[in-house]
Design a protein around this ligand. Sequence first.
Ligand SMILES: [Zn+2]
Length: 466
Amino acid sequence: MKLKFVISFGGHSAHPKRSMRGGALLKAGLLMLGLGFGLGLGNSVWAASVEGVRLWKAPDHTRFVFDLNVATPHHVFMLDNPHRVVVDLEKTTMQTLLGHLDYSDTFVSQIRSAKQKNGNLRVVFDLTQALKPKSFSLSPNDQYGHRLVIDLYNNAPKVVKTETNIAKVKSNNEFRNVIVAIDAGHGGEDPGAIGKKGSKEKDIVLAIARQLERLMKKEKGITPVLIRDGDYYLKLDKRRQLAREKYNADMFISIHADAFKDQRAHGASVFTLSRSGATSGMARYLAEKANQSDIVGGVITEEENELMRRVLVDLAMEGVLEHSFYLGKHILEELGDVSALHKKRVEQAGFRVLKSPEMVSLLVETGFISNPKEEKLLRTKAYQKKLARAVLSGTREYFTRYPLPGTYYAWKKQHSGQFARHTIKKGDTLSTIANYYHVPVKHLREVNQIETDVIRVGKVLLIPQG
Ligand SMILES: [Zn+2]
């Protein structure tokens, strides 16, 4: 408030000659001076200060975030010989130490700051190779105040061929693996939801994503890839782009654990992108929150909205939305075994991270971090693993039912003539079924990829012959 007031007076004094002369000018000056004293203004209000610095390491850039007491203009430029990036902040003082920053494993070798004669603050990043700086300001949010973000991008050439790309082409003579992109929501400067105990959504979902990756690595026919593998933020568009272009993914699963104002809200839910609005108030609420995540990277423009509408039409035509829904149903069913469900059906809403025409895409809300009981559960490794296992089982079910041509699942379906089928009835156990067909339980497990003792009534098991 104070600052706004003063700035509006500054506007007058900038063009004094136009409207004021002599006494009037003096009076205005005195008026400003008077106001200055009256409001307790000194240098301190005019000068911004850097009150904290954070650093996030992403694979393609390093992000520095300066906490400021007020928004302040800045300039960024590069210098060569040696490579440096220089940031000048107008009329700013440094009120924090830079020594605590851990920039090992980055291309930054040193950070220095110095006050300049004109009152500006100069921050110099010494680099071991040329990096491309990008900068922008962020307005205050729940967690932080005014911020200046400096991203230093590596000039690494675009990855054309990755291991996974190659894996997709020649994992086997007869079939290829399906590639599942696992996207842990939020990260870095964006913590996501925060629980009563202080758990951050970004940490919990990364832990679940890593569990899922580990399990999928062991699964025949699936190659998992982690979209975010560390504590840094990725724009929503970038997440899909990585899945599509870098990894050639067949499927995209985004993992979250959000909060709601009512602590009683609990249970897991599964979302797909909607063609026409959200299926419930909660779906709309969560989608809005998830999309806000990107305020770090910019706002949604009309143009983007139009693009979104068009993408939705394409998706509908390709049947990707329908298939995302089938996948959602299978995963939700499995989640129901390990967690309470918030809604018993797959919900739909306008999640931006899901709008990929080529990929079956899904967002799993693993629970509500705002519910104290669930927060406690979500923090445990055992529960994270259970959730991951449920997502894997649902994915396997989906691919078994709708095998992509050329994949292991298609191959298995082709060869399933070699198997008898048994529909699980109430009271069946793995050992009673194995006994009945005279096959070892171990084989039954292998063929059907069953890890636990839980089997579901109505599910069809393949029975190896002989
Ligand atoms: Zn989230």
